[in-house]
Design a protein around this ligand. Structure first.
Ligand code: ATP
Length: 378
């Protein structure tokens, strides 16, 4: 295994010297609990110093994947490579990783300084070195004033920094974080996220961050991995997931998409005519085109719709507005489609609303604004 790197997508093998420096590689990881499959063929490559977010709904297998990386679960199949070395059956302490949990799992009776130095004590580092490294990390996390305090007397944000300092003091290759800011007040989260991102960039440690919050994933991740039902649905940079959702699930999970399902009625040059329960729409295809008559799905982002129609807006739909909501500078109009699904139309800026609840409106979008999904109707 060590001598060969398998490409999970192509199924090809490359000699080790040709393999780019990866902090982590998962090759077709599978984990079952009795009859239940929690992780099903997960493959992932994490480059040096990457910030990776595992995103998905509750129960989709994010934590189990993380636990397989940490060595807290042994996969039933597949390989875990850390820094290019086979580590699938290594115990957690022999992997070049650290882990931070949502509840921070601080030791209640230990002072901040003591628990931050705990990892170095376990590694049997000299006492003077431990004291010096603890002092350094407490200072850089701006918690040196708390060195003698115990967790019970700390705020949520302070506890979070202590847990992070404890995890990072051993300078692991990879830091695994399971919903690390889930327990923080909403008002604190944005500041903490920014701090963590800067810290991650400064240290060059790869972060693998589990979350079900897409705002976290899209603002932090260099690579966002969307999971559903134990599998990876799509992985890529945030803008790719946002602009080109690969499946109906990803499009539906990401805020602001309108998802349509239908059947291919006509295959034109670069374009499909798709029949849906709410009308016929033109959607561009990327090779190879789906077969005539096949079931497909596509999505169009809420900000791509308009009620100021011109001949560009070849796709049109009449619907009744049910609500107008504000998200900061975005005004979202919610419509009910004739198939009972919701249609979202976003406008930016603070100009006066033109559409009010109860109003029937024709909305349109250009053909090229729609994205065809790879997975048929899923
Ligand atoms: P959440 O966001 O709610 O934490 P998750 O995506 O992290 O969810 P996992 O914790 O990985 O999901 O769990 C995936 C599935 O595996 C769930 O249905 C869970 O109930 C199941 N599972 C996890 N651990 C065990 C276990 N030890 N025994 C049996 N089933 C388990």
């Amino acid at each position: 295994m060590d001598a060969l790197a398998h490409d999970p997508v192509e199924g090809a093998a490359a000699p080790a010297h040709a393999r780019p420096q990866l902090d982590l590689e998962l090759i077709n990881i599978r984990k079952r609990y009795g009859d239940f499959t929690a992780v099903d063929g997960v493959s992932l490559k994490v480059s040096k110093g990457q910030f990776v977010c595992l995103l998905g709904p509750s129960g989709c297998g994010k934590t189990t994947t993380l636990r397989c990386i940490a060595g807290l679960e042994e996969p039933d199949g597949g390989d875990v490579l850390i820094g290019g070395k086979e580590a699938t059956r290594d115990p957690p302490w022999q992997r070049d990783i650290a882990m931070m949990f949502q509840d921070f799992a601080l030791f209640p009776h230990m002072t901040v300084a003591k628990q931050v130095g705990f990892g170095l004590e376990m590694l049997k580092k000299p006492r003077a070195e431990i004291a010096q490294r603890v002092q350094h990390i407490l200072k850089s996390f701006e918690i040196d004033g708390l060195a003698d305090r115990k967790p019970a007397s700390l705020s949520g944000g302070q506890r979070q920094r202590v847990a992070l300092a404890r995890a990072m003091i051993t300078e692991p290759r990879i830091l695994l974080l399971d919903e690390p800011i889930g327990a923080l007040d909403y008002s604190l989260r944005e500041t903490v996220m920014l701090e963590l991102k800067l810290l991650q960039q400064r240290t060059g440690i790869s972060f693998i961050w589990v979350t079900h919050d897409q705002n976290e994933a899209f603002s932090l991740g260099d690579l966002v991995v969307v999971m559903n039902h134990a599998r990876i649905e799509q992985q890529g940079p945030p803008e790719e997931i946002l602009q080109r959702p690969a499946t109906a699930f990803v499009a539906g999970f990401v805020q602001g998409n309108n998802v349509f399902r239908g059947r291919v009625k006509e295959v034109l040059a670069g374009m499909l005519r798709i029949e849906t329960p709410v009308g016929m729409f033109l959607v561009p295809w990327v090779a190879p085109p789906p077969m005539l008559g096949s079931e497909v799905s596509f999505s169009v982002r809420a900000e791509q719709l308009t009620d100021a129609l011109s001949e560009r807006h070849v796709n049109r739909l009449s619907a009744v507005c049910t609500a107008v909501e504000y998200f900061g500078a975005v005004r979202r109009h919610v419509f009910e489609r004739s198939d009972g699904e919701v249609l979202k139309y976003d406008q930016f800026g603070a100009h006066a609303a033109r559409i009010v609840p109860g109003q029937r409106t024709v909305l349109g979008w250009p053909a090229e604004a729609a994205v065809l999904h790879a997975g048929a109707g899923q």
